[in-house]
Design a protein around this ligand. Structure first.
Ligand code: BES
Ligand code: ZN
Length: 967
């Protein structure tokens, strides 16, 4: 036991588990710490005191050695860890930030083995590892040789004898790692306060970076109890999943430092761990016995920016306790806003991390949209405290259930916290419509993946996509609806109780829901939960249900955006689904769900007899499918929209527009029929249908803003938006106030941004004047809700002066949501040189934070003037971007989708294919699928333009003629 502590003796850190009398088998597992970042790739060098074996030569040839497999063998199960980490918030003499650590892991042997594989990535072992036996009378074998296998990210220990089944052992290691600014594992975040640079040490473990902080069995089913200790400077705050138990000042390596030990965690997965050292401030309150704290930079806390999150957390926790019928399992709930953070937020158990925009709210800077993001993201992460953290899916292939579930119930939690906002309606726009666009491609994929198909970290990262999140959320919402919420939550509670502190697979949830169904005689299903859900989960895509109101015939067909695309996937369910149909006839809701279980069926009630009768199906878009009708019914729906649009529920008005536009893109109905659904918009005042229309018209902008269709389209859309613009102008006393309702506030922004987009002069004058006032007076009086669109329009209309002003305001911004608005607006310039310079800034992390680099490039690509510049930029620097900015899970697919979404010519298609070929060596990581989807989308866009351009042009012209004749 004499060996192995890098900390001074009096500390005795980490010795709790290492029992005396154990035979310490010391091996020389050591790496001379390379101070060169580039060489920080695990290498094993001999040191004094033992034998070291070199790693087997890394060859491309497939090997069957256990350390070449990405999944851990099943022989060892971790029970508990003692982890001590010391992040250095000041650079060492060579300018490098590092952390040091030591850990003891106690594990049970469940199968005799002479091999220990434990995950370890980019860690350097500075001292000997030792293996001891916990059980008296059992001797631990010695470590014969050891090496680091960097491809599969293992520390490999080969033993000279067997570990014996049913016995417990402890492995002690001591290591150092770089506290890099790479946003993964144990990393550093930096910010300036009063001109002084501050450093935070923080973590992002999900999915596979806990192994970058300390050696661990880094798989979600390898749950254990963690005893964490952090060493940190006096005056700084140390946080982790557990409660702070002991804190003492100690002298280590002749430095006076603080040692904070945390109480043991519950049994949990490694990806949910968090360690943070900062000098942040906090505010707190309690909900029942749970301590709730919000941490952020001192000035942010002093300015009250954590208050909104603090006020909402308790009620949301309480709501979920009720929803799950399960008490919050921890004594505290910390939430912290970090200046550098890759995702939006991360559900570490008891210590949730956020990017600043997702947690901090300031009335004078934050918009209603910023506020909504905060409340929904808090609800999302708190939902995971049970679903995901208490009960964890066994392997990443079931990630969709974890993320899909949280993405569904976040609306319930947020709705409970802000009951006046009608937040639940937004799932249709934000999730159902969003994912329909991807899931209609032949290159989509099913929700569920096979466990064996998900192995490498990049494959895991790729699963964090719109399918997992938004399709997951959509089908779970459909399921909860057809089971009824009471049955759904009953099954959920029984699932959580059964698997608490353990792991499950998605079919376990189906089983518990089935039990709830069987207990409730009132619930009538056409088949088992499993059989119904299999059709949605195991096959990709979704159906379009066609209703013929003349015959009552209903049928279903796989909806493909490009009908000529071919689906090669094996047809287990033959692309048929068990479809729950809620419907109404001429405003009267049909009392029961109509199930479509086969390719087609006849429903006599769906026949219409009266000439004015219409049928509308998929009420409130609770089902994950599109609906098409016979032409007569479409005509009657269009009349209903025109004459009395409120006879159709708002969400369904949004749906009629979205279905029509997409059915037209798939050549199922004529494009002019889709355009017809926009005519009634002069009467529409609601946000959801307007947003749906604008999203669909966005596609028209993407396809036509470089062609002759653009002029007539602009004139038509200006005519359509003017009534909404005038409506809000009147409602707000000539823009001097803000509408009261949340959705109205959104729609006011729609009115302004669309009016400006179509070139309405009154609008551009308004935005230019407001922005100029700000520049002239240095006082920003633009309401936070309107800032994004006002800034963007003013910068687009302006030149270098406006751009530079916004840039300096961006650099000065003290709240991240203001910086975010400016960062986005800076991409709106029409000046190529400004855009090109801005592109260069994105790869300089002192100007644009790494977390924001790819989204800034995407903003620039969304601007018609920046599209080709951004594409050239990304192509030219792919290798660099891939290596330096590849960590983010969403960012790569977003980047590829973003820079290619306007592609609609043969030339662009060739470029895209060339890009794929040129970079096949470098790869596309988590953006691999996105690249194929972009190719498919481009092909479909090319065809769509060829087939539709003339029709669309004629339609806009004819509409304008009619309008001119009538006015
Ligand atoms: N578990 C994720 C965070 C995450 C994402 C970690 C990708 C690793 C890779 C978290 O629960 C999450 O989903 N966050 C979302 C926000 C949510 C409201 C959709 C995010 O970060 O955008
Ligand atoms: Zn999540």
């Amino acid at each position: 036991m004499g060996k192995g502590f890098f900390l001074s003796k009096p500390l005795g850190v980490g010795c709790m588990i290492l029992g005396t009398g154990a035979v310490a088998t010391i091996i020389a597992l050591s790496v001379v710490y390379s101070q060169e970042k580039a060489k920080n790739d695990n290498q094993v060098l001999p040191t004094d005191g033992g034998t070291t074996t070199k790693p087997p030569a890394t060859t491309a040839a497939p090997s069957n050695e256990p350390w070449d497999k990405y999944r851990l063998p099943k022989s060892l199960l971790p029970q508990q860890y003692n982890v001590t980490l010391w992040p250095r918030l000041r650079p060492d003499p060579t300018g490098l930030y590092i952390f040091t650590g030591e850990t003891t892991v106690e594990f049970k042997c469940v199968e005799d083995t002479d091999l220990i594989l434990i995950h370890s990535n980019k860690l350097n072992y500075t001292d000997s590892a030792s293996l001891t036996s916990v059980d008296s009378g059992v001797k631990a074998p010695s470590i014969k040789s050891s090496f680091l296998q960097s491809e599969t990210q293992y520390l490999v220990l080969q033993l000279d004898g067997k570990l014996v089944k049913d016995h417990m052992y402890q492995l002690y290691t001591k290591f150092t790692g770089e506290l890099a600014d790479d946003l993964g594992g144990f990393y550093r975040s930096e910010y300036y306060e009063d001109g002084v640079k501050k450093v935070v040490a923080t973590t992002q473990m999900q999915p596979t970076d806990a192994r970058k902080a300390f050696p661990c069995f880094d798989e979600p089913a390898m749950k254990a109890v963690f005893h964490i200790t952090l060493i940190h400077d006096i005056g700084t705050v140390a946080l982790s999943n557990g409660e702070q138990k002991e804190t003492s000042s100690v002298l280590i390596e002749s430095q006076n430092v603080q040692k904070t030990a945390f109480g043991p965690t519950e049994k949990m997965s490694t990806y949910l761990l968090a360690f943070i050292v900062s000098d942040f401030a906090q505010i707190n309150n309690t909900m029942d016995d749970v301590l709730i704290r919000i941490f952020a930079r001192k000035p942010a806390i002093d300015a009250g920016q954590g208050q909104y999150a603090l006020n909402k957390t308790g009620p949301i926790l309480k709501f979920f306790e009720g929803y799950y019928s399960s008490k919050y399992p921890l004594p505290k709930s910390d939430q912290i806003a970090l200046p550098d953070f890759n995702a939006g937020a991360m559900e570490n158990w008891g210590l949730i991390t956020y990017r600043e925009t997702a947690l901090l709210y300031d009335e004078s800077f934050s918009s209603n949209s910023n506020k909504e993001r905060i409340v929904t993201i808090i609800a999302h992460e708190l939902a995971h405290m049970w679903f995901g953290n208490l009960v964890t899916l066994r392997w990443w292939n079931d990630l969709w259930l974890n993320e899909g579930f949280a993405s569904y119930v976040e609306y319930l939690g947020a709705d409970n916290a802000e009951p006046d906002w009608n937040i639940k309606d937004l799932i249709v726009l934000n999730d159902v419509h969003r994912v329909f666009a991807v899931d209609a491609l032949a290159s989509s994929h099913p929700l569920s993946s096979k466990e064996e198909d998900i192995q490498r970290p990049a494959q895991i990262s790729e699963l964090f996509d719109a399918i997992s999140y938004s399709k997951g959320a959509s089908v779970l919402r459909m399921l909860s609806d057809f089971l009824t919420e009471g049955v759904f939550t009953q099954g959920l509670t029984s699932y959580l109780n059964t698997f608490a502190f353990g792991n499950a697979v998605y079919t376990d949830l189906w089983e518990h829901l089935q039990m709830a169904v069987d207990n409730n005689t009132g619930t009538q299903l056409p088949d088992s939960v499993n059989n119904i859900m299999n059709t949605w989960v195991l096959q990709m895509g979704f159906p379009v249900v066609t209703i013929d109101t003349q015959t009552g015939g209903i049928s279903q067909k796989h909806f493909l955006l490009d009908p000529d695309s071919t689906v090669t996937e094996k047809l287990e369910f033959n692309y048929e689904w068990i479809v729950p149909i809620k419907w109404m006839k001429t405003g009267v809701i049909h009392p029961t769900i109509q199930w479509l279980k086969a390719k087609s069926d006849t429903v006599n009630e769906m026949k219409t007899s009266e000439p004015s009768d219409w049928v509308l199906a998929n009420l409130n878009v609770l089902g994950y499918y599109r609906v098409n009708y016979d032409q007569g019914n479409w005509d009657r729906l269009l009349i209903a929209l025109r004459d009395n649009h409120i006879s159709i529920p708002g969400i369904n008005r949004a749906q009629l527009v979205d279905d029509a536009f997409n059915l037209a893109r798939a050549k199922i109905i004529p494009t002019v029929l889709a355009l017809e659904t926009t005519k009634y918009l002069t009467e529409e005042r609601d946000y959801v249908p307007w947003k749906s229309a604008l999203n669909n018209l966005d596609f028209f902008y993407l396809m036509f803003d470089r062609s002759e269709v653009y002029g007539p389209m602009q004139n038509y859309l200006m005519k359509q938006i003017i009534p909404l613009f005038t409506y809000y102008k009147n409602m707000t006393g000539n823009w001097s106030t803000i509408p009261a309702g949340h959705m109205d506030q959104y729609n006011q922004v729609n009115a302004i941004s669309m009016a400006c987009r179509t070139g309405l002069e009154e609008c551009s004058t308004l935005t230019k004047t407001w922005f100029k006032q700000w520049m002239d007076t240095n006082k920003n009086q633009i309401h936070p809700n309107l800032r994004s669109t006002v800034y963007c329009n003013a910068i687009a209309a302006g030149g270098a002066k406006e751009w530079e002003f916004a840039w300096s305001e961006f650099q000065k911004a003290t709240i991240a949501s203001e910086a975010e608005k400016l960062r986005s607006a800076l991409s709106c310039s029409k000046q190529p040189w400004l855009l090109n310079r801005y592109l260069e800034y994105t790869l300089n992390s002192t100007l644009i934070r790494k977390q924001d680099a790819t989204s800034t490039i995407v903003y620039i690509a969304s601007n018609v003037a920046g599209q080709s510049l951004a594409w050239d930029f990304v192509r030219a620097r792919w290798t660099y971007i891939f290596n330096e900015y590849g960590g983010g899970s969403f960012s790569f697919s977003n980047l590829i989708n973003g820079v290619t979404k306007r592609f609609s010519t043969e030339y662009e298609l060739q470029q895209l294919k060339q890009f794929k070929a040129d970079n096949s060596e470098v790869g596309f990581g988590s953006g691999t699928l996105a690249l194929d989807q972009s190719i498919e989308r481009t092909i479909s866009n090319i065809k769509w333009i060829t087939e539709n351009k003339q029709n669309v042009l004629n339609w806009f012209k004819a509409e304008l003629k009619l309008y001119e004749a009538s006015s």
